[in-house]
Design a protein around this ligand. Structure first.
Ligand code: FAD
Length: 490
């Protein structure tokens, strides 16, 4: 567990008293709407799921969790917290990967878990309006029944909330096809720290009437207000989905295959995911399942097509596969023949995040780099840790392996260092090395996971002083008392 020796609790924030808790109890009515370790004896174990992040790397010490069921309740909570200088952390599914969703000290967690209603769906336009606490997979299943699809998909879909997705501007597996939430989110409803309800739940695709304030909340990571509902444009669900899983000899061939896929599959290409052999080794070691291809390959990619005509799409995909095999870009490949195989191939990619922490921990870097240089970061980091004598097979070495995978189609690499334990020497070898490497190539130190507390110190590698200065001014304007998600990146 990381501690935060360099951060002191801000003395401006009040300690939670019985009087505060009594107010919240009366407001929320039900006992189940609070986890109360202040007056009602909720234990550390009860509070653990809210204090500890998904990776079990960041841990806070909150003693009070509030679960409002409506926007009005959120408004009253935040107004009271603001007036009583009580610090707050908004929390959705708590699947964030940068320590942003858990408290640092004793901040109150305000969870969206009871705000889970679909409010509206238009079967003609595909516009969905839903509470922030609707689980992503639930929203997607609701849409599937109507012939639509949520324009975002990611490995944590069974737990993450759409409010959390929007607050992190999650990218995920469908961005290549449907674009970012900055484009698909049409409106939001949010509560500002002083309790003001910002009703900007537009259902319009076009709305050029002044500053687009919702954009500040998309990727805002809970620092300027709490999102309570989202309006989003959802595309028609494709009838025909095909998935191919390919083995390749080199990163150079992988790039050429990606280029061919864009050219030959065009409008039906919906995902192009990269996995290196190390990431697949770990996946298979932990899961102990059969590999989809014979033998091992230095690189793998997963290609998904989705379109409206199964025959036409399959024909296109087959032709493409034949072509890349003939050109010897791809060494081996398999195409899913049914839904079970399709899911199984996807699990090769989606399951990496979950299996990589098997030995005890993982250092995660989620970065954007111009595509030609992208994989070199993995090689250079691996070499650096080997040269420093930190990577090896036995328990004496902290590092198990260095792996690369990610959304090739978006130039987004996940560099992961699987470790047996969190270790200061490993940290010193990784940072600022990784950030300097990225900055020199004009990349982004956080492609999709955000900054949270993990990348708080490093924002300067991707944003200049003017930009950071403006961010601070915006934060002060929206949240002058600084109660929203304090100690994090801003
Ligand atoms: P939380 O983790 O609860 O919160 C995340 C941040 O948003 C915190 O700063 C929190 O304070 C804030 N927040 C939460 N809800 C609100 C709200 N209603 N209003 C204001 N602020 C709020 N991310 C990607 O982009 N692409 C991926 O492919 C991807 N894959 C993942 C796979 C796995 C297995 C896991 C565990 C995570 C993955 N992620 C991915 C990380 C991603 O950020 C989250 O899964 C998701 O977007 C966070 O949603 P959540 O509801 O869990 O939010």
């Amino acid at each position: 567990t990381d501690s935060y020796p360099e951060i002191k609790r801000d003395s401006r924030f009040s300690q939670i008293t019985k009087e505060h808790v009594d107010y919240f109890k009366e407001l929320l009515g039900k006992e189940s709407a609070l986890v109360d370790g202040v007056t009602a004896g909720a234990t550390e174990d009860d509070l653990e799921p809210f204090n500890s992040d998904w990776m079990r790397k960041y841990r806070g010490h909150c003693r009070l969790v509030l679960k409002p069921a409506s926007t009005e309740e959120v408004s009253k909570i935040l107004k009271y917290c603001n007036e009583n200088t009580l610090a707050v952390v908004p929390q959705g599914g708590n699947t964030g990967l940068v320590g942003g969703s858990v408290p640092v000290f004793d901040e109150i967690v305000v969870s969206t878990s009871r705000m889970n209603q679909i409010r509206f769906f238009d079967e003609v336009s595909g516009v969905l309006v839903a509470d922030a606490g609707v689980v992503l997979e639930v929203a997607d299943q609701y849409l599937a029944e109507k012939g639509y699809i949520f324009p975002l998909d990611l490995g944590a879909k069974g737990s993450c909330h759409i409010g959390g997705n929007v607050s992190t501007n999650a990218g995920g597996l469908r961005l290549l096809r449907y674009g970012s939430l900055h484009g698909t989110v049409l409106g939001i409803e949010a509560v500002l720290p002083n309790g003001t309800i910002l009703d900007d739940l537009s259902r319009l695709r076009k709305n050029n009437t002044g500053y687009d304030l919702k954009q500040l909340f998309i990727g805002g990571e809970g620092t300027i207000g709490m999102i309570t509902a989202v309006s989003i444009h959802c595309p028609q669900r494709s009838k025909a989905i095909n998935v191919a899983f390919l083995g390749l000899e080199s990163y150079e061939k992988l790039q050429q295959t990606f280029k061919e896929a864009k050219t030959q599959l065009g409008e039906i290409l919906s995902a192009f995911e990269l996995m290196d052999s190390q990431s697949q080794d770990i996946f298979h070691k932990v899961k102990e399942n059969k590999r989809p291809l014979e033998g091992e390959h230095p690189f793998y990619c997963l290609i998904e097509t989705s379109g409206s005509n199964s025959e036409h799409d399959s024909e296109k995909l087959e032709k493409f596969l034949e072509d890349v095999m003939t050109k010897e870009l791809v060494t081996d490949g398999v195409v899913a023949e049914n839904e079970t195989q399709l899911r199984s191939l996807w699990s090769q990619r989606e399951g990496i995040t979950e299996t990589i922490g098997h030995w005890g921990g993982v250092y995660k870097y989620d970065v954007s780099i111009p595509i030609k240089d992208m994989y070199k970061l993995v090689e250079d980091t691996r070499k650096r840790l080997e040269d420093a004598g930190l990577k090896g097979e036995s328990d004496e070495y902290p590092v198990v392996d260095v792996v690369g995978y990610g959304h090739m189609g978006d130039s987004n690499l996940h560099l992961n260092i699987a470790v047996r334990r969190y270790d200061k020497e490993v940290e010193a070898a990784l940072e600022p090395f990784v950030y300097e490497w990225i900055s020199e190539r004009n990349g982004s130190i956080s492609a999709e996971h955000g900054l949270g507390i993990a990348k708080k110190k490093y924002i300067g590698y991707s944003r200049n002083e003017t930009t950071v200065g403006l961010m601070k001014q915006i934060k002060n304007l929206y949240d002058p008392n600084g109660i929203m998600n304090p100690y994090k990146y801003i």
